[in-house]
Design a protein around this ligand. Structure first.
Ligand SMILES: [Fe+2]
Length: 433
């Protein structure tokens, strides 16, 4: 009978250990070596003295003020399951720790694979948008994970064969997580071509061409994912009116960085502020409701158009022509910042980078709103009928569901899965031979 240990790739199996002055050195079966400091090991102990196994939190008894600065193991060994087993000595005599080997491997400070970001594929107009089946994504966690992985890789996907109603639209989003609370009474918005009142409230409801943009740019934290479902499209002209457009903002950031590093620096350090204010607007919760509910809000946010993380990698794009407010920039930089902003805006319209398609009835478009900019061709024919449902999901809800599904694939217990980085979970989900 093969044990779990024998089914693991060499990277997750310990070849040998050596006890050094300050910690433990592990040589793995793939040849990689990892060093774990004694202080780190004792602090990370998952045994009940330190860690609550039901709440998956550090135990209050884990008193760092009482922890020795130089803990010393009395005995270090690899147990029959292939895990690292430490019996502590000195002031910690009687304290016992066992560390899952796979968990140790994804906490190695010298493994470069852990420092890389999740695999991204930048794209231009030649992108092939991945499609998933609504019912498969609803019923099969494996398909749902494939969909979420594509959202990380490309930032866009389409779900086909969706029932054309709000309940089903909600259901596919709630497979991932709760809908994001909006300022409006309703968390699902309806963009109906024939709704004249809505056209006076938001530019996106109007007939003209909608430039590529990210949504809710003026908020502190923009929505992570945006979902749209088309439930009606009837175009007597049969042309490309109301077709959707999308652009990979990360790709544009790369283009700008390559062609003009100064523009890239300006767009990552100077601010393009955004604002939005709505007061006393009414919205009905249902067609049967006679009196609408009022909502109001007033936001202001200074943003870099291109936001970088601590490694200098682009992690967020914020761009919305319609919600931009006067620039806040010193006069010695305004001409350069304007030129950089203009260049980004020009690239946004460039057919080389933009892809255009019909979101047909029964299709749900999912977009990573921190990366992909979306727009829409004009709706000039007054007889064109189109109804789109839309809703938001928090970035954290998306990441959370993906982390849970990746964790399920690892076959490891929550004791070890909790607190692993997204990258660590991606690696662990592929730990079997
Ligand atoms: Fe939008």
């Amino acid at each position: 009978m093969t044990t779990v240990l024998q089914q693991l790739k060499p990277a997750f199996r310990i070849e040998s250990i050596a006890t050094l002055d300050k910690g433990v050195n592990i040589t793995w079966k793939d040849g990689h070596e990892s060093f774990y400091h004694n202080l780190w090991l004792l602090d990370s102990c998952r045994y009940p003295k330190s860690f609550q196994r039901d709440t998956l939190n550090l135990n209050s008894g884990h008193d760092l003020l009482k922890m020795p600065l130089n803990p010393t193991p009395q005995e270090v060994m690899v147990d029959r399951e292939g895990n690292l087993d430490i019996v502590w000595g000195g002031e910690e005599t009687g304290h016992h720790s066992v560390f899952d080997a796979s968990w140790l491997r994804v906490h190695c400070q010298s493994d470069q694979a852990l420092k890389q970001r999740s695999p991204l594929q930048l794209w231009d107009s030649s992108v092939s948008i991945p499609h998933f089946d609504y019912h498969e994504a609803m019923e099969d966690d494996g398909v749902l994970l494939l969909f979420l992985n594509k959202m990380v890789e490309l930032g866009v996907a389409v779900i086909d064969n969706a029932p054309k109603n709000e309940e089903s639209f909600r259901a596919i989003i709630e497979r991932v997580g709760p809908l994001r609370q909006r300022y409006h009474p309703t968390n699902v918005f309806t963009m109906d071509r024939s709704d004249k009142k809505a056209q006076g409230i938001h530019h996106a409801y109007q007939a003209g061409k909608l430039q590529n943009h990210t949504d809710v740019t003026a908020y502190d934290i923009p929505a992570g994912l945006v979902f749209f479902e088309c439930i009606l499209y009837e175009n007597p002209d049969g042309d490309r009116q109301a077709y959707s457009t999308i652009v990979d903002g990360f790709k544009l950031a790369e283009v700008i960085k390559t062609e003009n590093p100064w523009f890239f620096e300006l767009l990552t350090t100077e601010y393009i502020p955004a604002g939005r204010k709505r007061l006393f607007v009414e919205e009905k919760l249902s067609e049967n409701e006679t009196s609408g509910r009022k909502y109001e809000w007033d936001t202001y946010r200074r943003n870099h158009l291109i936001k970088l993380d601590e490694h200098g990698d682009v992690y967020q794009i914020r761009y919305s022509h319609n919600t931009r407010i006067p620039l806040e920039v010193s006069y010695d930089k305004i001409e350069d910042l304007w030129a950089a902003y203009r260049r980004f805006s020009e690239l946004l319209q460039d057919p080389k980078y933009m892809t255009e398609f019909l979101l047909a009835p029964g299709q749900v478009l999912a977009i990573d709103n921190w990366r992909v900019l979306h727009g829409r061709m004009g709706i000039l024919n007054p007889n064109l009928q189109r109804i789109l449902l839309g809703a938001f999901l928090e970035e954290e809800s998306f990441r959370s569901r993906r982390r849970i599904l990746l964790g399920d694939k690892t076959g490891m217990s929550d004791l070890w899965l909790m607190g692993c980085s997204d990258r660590a979970l991606e690696i662990l989900s592929d730990r079997y031979l």
